[in-house]
Design a protein around this ligand. Structure first.
Ligand code: NDP
Ligand code: MG
Length: 379
């Protein structure tokens, strides 16, 4: 039995992960699950999935409830005492960063969907994982695809890596038409059902920009060997081109439980009864080059990666987070997200931030500037 713990079991990825665990009860022992504040749901999940512990990381210890543990320290104690085989990071945001580092220091393998921590501190996470000889197994479909394509292959044999993008809901719209996009329009994703923030990131293509940064850190590849291609059917998740002219791609129906299952069972595979890919039924797989004029940040992200100054990646992530939040609260229009990010990047100095504390204090410092830009936008 593989002993696993899930941070963020109440979110979309967390619920999908619980579904995978539930279907394979003989394979996994569920040690703990955690939410941020959604106590009602985590209690329901405890009744259905029967983990040993449930934790609410976003609630202070003085809240009284004998069946529940509180705060990140509780997760650290559980990790230490229960000898986990795998920590699944399904939480959103960056608050889980210290717990990820703690797990790595304790030589616990990690399967992660969390985009923010890899973009923010991929250099530190990967360095610690390498020192401790720990696997960071990606859950995000594109990165899982690359991880799968690379099994049995050598890094020096990679020519380049391509991840696909469904193109989001506005694939057929001209740049001019993006001006009048409403919140409701932007929240409709054509292929993947996802949370609100990531659906907006998909519509602006910032999701792909962030995924390229993740790709760079997770697979230690330079920006010139990374790219993205629009593939509206979202059947192929990634391609790896090798130096001998061969290309290996990873395909599946768009169902996050498939990469989650791989991440949870790696290096094994288990029988699963999800909808199987039926290519004859899909008919056509189509591909389009991304339009960098329409999505200028997608081009800029490569320069950011090339520069190797992580002040830019931290700024890109933070400006996007705050701008998307302002759009979701209907404070700024759709195209202002991109404008705020660009204006923020213009003010950032090239810095190499080497520790988590440096990264987080820089992030707090620029948050004030970004919030001012958001305020100014509507004046
Ligand atoms: P959701 O918003 O659906 O869920 C977020 C989860 O994280 C919930 O369990 C929530 O708890 C918890 N959480 C929220 N804030 C915090 C916090 N400050 N500290 C700890 N836990 C917190 O997000 P998704 O499941 O969509 O995404 C999770 C991560 O996976 C993100 O990083 C996202 O970018 C990435 N991802 C998502 C994909 C998708 O298809 N949705 C695909 C690939 C990657 P509570 O319920 O108590 O608020
Ligand atoms: Mg993805």
């Amino acid at each position: 039995m593989k002993k696993i713990g899930i941070i963020g079991s109440t979110g979309y990825i967390g619920r999908q992960t619980l579904d995978v665990v539930e279907r394979n009860k003989d394979y996994f022992e569920l040690i703990f699950i955690s939410c941020h504040k959604n106590i009602e749901l985590i209690k329901k999940q405890k009744t259905v999935h029967n983990p040993k512990y449930i934790v609410a990381t976003g609630i202070k210890k003085n809240y009284r409830d004998n069946n529940l543990y509180f705060g990140w320290d509780s997760i650290k104690s559980i990790i230490e005492s229960q000898h986990l085989d795998l920590l699944v990071v399904a939480a959103s945001g960056i608050d889980c960063i210290y717990t990820i580092l703690y797990a790595l220091e304790n030589k616990i393998n990690i399967a992660t969907a969390n985009k923010e921590t890899i973009v923010l501190a991929g250099n530190i996470i990967m360095e610690l994982a390498n020192i401790n000889n720990i696997n960071i197994i990606p859950i995000d479909s594109e990165h899982s695809g690359v991880f799968q394509c690379l099994q049995g292959n050598k890094k020096e044999h990679i020519r380049d890596i391509i991840i696909t993008a469904s193109g989001g809901p506005f694939l057929d719209k001209k740049r001019d038409e993006l001006k009048d996009i409403t919140l409701k329009d932007a929240l409709k994703h054509p292929v993947w059902p996802m949370g609100n923030s990531i659906t907006i990131d998909s519509a602006t293509m910032m999701n792909k920009a962030l995924e390229l940064i993740e790709l760079h850190y997770l697979f230690n590849m330079p920006a010139d060997q990374l790219s993205t291609i629009i593939h509206p059917q979202a059947i192929i998740h990634s391609f790896v081109n090798f130096i001998d002219g061969s290309t290996i791609a990873q395909l599946s129906v768009p169902d996050m439980r498939i990469p989650i299952t791989y991440a949870l069972t790696y290096p094994n595979r288990i029988v699963a009864d999800y909808t199987l890919l039926d290519l004859a039924n899909v008919g056509n797989l189509t591909f389009i080059k991304p339009n960098y004029k329409r999505f200028p940040l997608l081009a800029k992200v490569k320069d950011i990666i090339k520069s190797s100054f992580n002040s830019y990646t931290v700024a890109l992530l933070t400006a996007n987070e705050l701008a998307v939040n302002a759009f979701l609260n209907e404070k700024i229009p759709f195209l202002a997200i991109e404008y705020i990010i660009e204006k923020t990047l213009d003010t950032i100095k090239p810095l190499k931030l080497k520790s988590i504390d440096d990264i987080l204090s820089f992030r707090n410092y620029i948050k004030i500037k970004i919030n001012n830009k958001i305020e100014e936008y509507n004046k």
